[in-house]
Design a protein around this ligand. Structure first.
Ligand SMILES: Cc1cc2nc3c(=O)[nH]c(=O)nc-3n(C[C@H](O)[C@H](O)[C@H](O)COP(=O)(O)OP(=O)(O)OC[C@H]3O[C@@H](n4cnc5c(N)ncnc54)[C@H](O)[C@@H]3O)c2cc1C
Ligand SMILES: NC(=O)c1ccc[n+]([C@@H]2O[C@H](COP(=O)([O-])OP(=O)(O)OC[C@H]3O[C@@H](n4cnc5c(N)ncnc54)[C@H](O)[C@@H]3O)[C@@H](O)[C@H]2O)c1
Length: 482
């Protein structure tokens, strides 16, 4: 029996949206199933922009400008409601830009609702009494918070990163919050709320905030969060939670603490329960759906992308996976997923950004003697001094051949700079080419060429023969005026 659609996409987030648009533009017949009319926008990026303003007025006051009144007046908690309203208006614009109506206008068959797979009479996805029959299916249904098994937590109640905004938008939100878990979004939200005068305690059960960060960047990030007013308790596990009166009480290591609300941010779990996946032979566990390197699930006609396949819970990664899946689904499943050159950021202020391997990961994969670690600090940059953005570091992990294995940056513009390295890595540009980059001056791009130059220095330092050769050559030219 012929299929009605080339592709049926289940889930209409940004990744599902982009996949539907890309496939339609290629001429495919696409249906998209999504239970909600609007996709969710998180406010914290917009709020952080406003939060920065007080930081600037504080800086003005620090250097003796008559900003003291402004700094005092602009205590942001006084303007919380207005700022939330502003964030909502930005969100509304973004929602309109990525609306399902927009997709429908491009010819995508939009079905509002949630459904399930069935195998009889043939493979299909049943939603609102309608059976969608696609040649290929793409699962992009995302994930939801995974709640840790902590004594008393279910009874006491909690919020998650997904449902905090309606709660925090109330007229008198609580001023004292505990965030449990060090995922990128929890760090960003902790810092943003601290800008607005919230008393935030961030608890993470590991020594470093994340296993993906270079240890020195993790330390700088913790120091920055603390400087912004977040209390960071790392290497501590929360074991018990209780409600006492109108307060919540937590046992974290040997510390007992009281808070008004607990926000859980300890990882995600895939949205799989309602899809009837076992009937169609799609295997999964509590963390993810299993996919091969072409993003096919254990049923070859069903692909998956984004948070539902676990791994990196980030929008840019979900979008990359969506494009790869579309390509494989519509044509031949030949393109392999490769995360090596994909950048990711933690959008704190300043940002932490990374692509490729950390030094520790490189040391596990290669002989240590073949690896060069090049570091440079932001304080060495003219532009960093000019803009008072001197907190920061850039770290490059390079193979002896000059191949760039990875880069981690913490500092101003890190989220943009990392894209240059990601492109360099994907095009196999060597570290030498970064030395010759000649970035605009003054500018933060200088940190890349300065860090790359460290590779030259280290190479030369190691090679005594070359050092002597260069010395003799220069000596010869001086003496012979040649
Ligand atoms: C608070 C928060 C802040 C974040 N901030 C950032 C950030 O700043 N930068 C960044 O890169 N990443 C961020 N992320 C992560 C990012 O949102 C996800 O990695 C990304 O959205 C994953 O895309 P996805 O398509 O897999 O899933 P989702 O975006 O979760 O979308 C899944 C979609 O599927 C739909 N759906 C669910 N169940 C079904 C079903 N049964 N049938 C049909 N449809 C279904 C949902 O309604 C939803 O529209 C943030 C996440 C959170 C929770
Ligand atoms: N963390 C990052 O910097 C980062 C970067 C890129 C991608 N990701 C992706 O984000 C997702 C989650 O990342 P992860 O592997 O770091 O998180 P995870 O799921 O292993 O744990 C989430 C966080 O909560 C903390 N935590 C868990 N239980 C706790 C408890 N009882 N008390 C206190 N803290 C507790 C963990 O230490 C960790 O910081 C993964 O899909 C990962 O691939 C994370």
């Amino acid at each position: 029996m012929p299929n009605d659609h080339d592709l049926v996409i289940i889930g209409g987030s940004l990744a599902g949206y982009q996949a539907a648009l890309a496939a339609t533009e290629l001429g495919a017949k696409v249906a998209l199933v999504e239970p909600q009319a609007h996709y969710e926008i998180n406010y914290h990026h917009v709020l952080r922009g406003v939060g920065k303003i007080t930081n600037y007025s504080r800086l003005g006051a620090n250097i003796g400008l008559d900003y003291s009144q402004l700094a005092a007046k602009s205590h942001l908690s006084d303007h919380w409601q207005e700022t939330i309203l502003y964030a909502r208006s930005v969100a509304a614009n973004l929602i309109e830009q990525h609306s399902l109506a927009n997709l429908a206008a491009h010819g995508v068959d939009i079905i509002l609702g949630s459904g399930e797979f069935q195998t009889s009479p043939q493979l299909g996805f049943k939603v609102n009494q309608r059976l969608l029959q696609g040649r290929i299916y793409l699962l992009a249904c995302g994930s939801r918070p995974a709640i840790p098994d902590i004594d008393g937590l279910e009874k006491t109640g909690y919020l998650t990163l997904e449902n905090i905004w309606p709660y925090l938008s109330q007229k008198h939100p609580p001023g004292n919050l505990v965030i449990l878990g060090g995922v990128p979004q929890s760090l960003e939200i902790a810092q943003t709320l601290a800008y607005f005068g919230y008393k935030i305690t961030l608890i993470c059960d590991q020594t470093h905030l994340s296993k993906y960060l270079e240890p020195e960047i993790s330390q700088l990030l913790i120091a920055q969060l603390e400087a912004d007013g977040v209390t960071v308790l790392n290497d501590i596990e929360v074991t018990q939670v209780r409600q006492i009166g109108d307060k919540k009480w937590l046992q974290a290591g040997d510390k007992a603490m009281e808070t008004e609300e607990i926000i859980i941010a300890t990882g995600q779990q895939p949205n799989v329960s309602s899809l009837n996946l076992s009937t169609v032979g799609v295997k999964y566990n509590s963390r993810r759906i299993f996919v091969n390197e072409h993003l096919q699930t254990t049923n070859q006609r069903i692909y998956a992308c984004g948070d539902i396949i676990g791994g990196y819970s980030l929008t840019n990664i979900a979008n990359y996976e969506a494009y790869t899946a579309i390509h494989n689904a519509l044509f031949l499943p030949q393109t392999k997923i490769n995360y090596q050159c994909l950048p990711w950021v933690i959008s704190t202020q300043p940002m932490a950004a990374k692509v490729g391997l950390t030094a520790a990961q490189a040391n596990q994969r290669y002989d240590k003697s073949r690896i060069f670690i090049c570091k440079q600090y932001y304080k060495s940059l003219t532009t960093a001094q000019m803009h008072n953005e001197i907190t920061g570091i850039c770290k490059l992990v390079v193979l002896e051949s000059g191949e760039i294995l990875g880069c981690s940056i913490f500092g101003a513009e890190a989220g943009e700079l990392i894209n240059i390295i990601a492109l360099a890595m994907s095009k196999q540009v060597k570290v030498n080419d970064l030395v010759n980059l000649a970035p605009a001056y003054p500018g933060f791009g200088e940190i890349l060429s300065q860090t790359a130059r460290e590779w030259h220095k280290q190479k030369l330092h190691q090679n005594h023969l070359l050092q002597e050769l260069i010395q003799s050559f220069l000596h010869f030219r001086r003496d012979w005026n040649w």
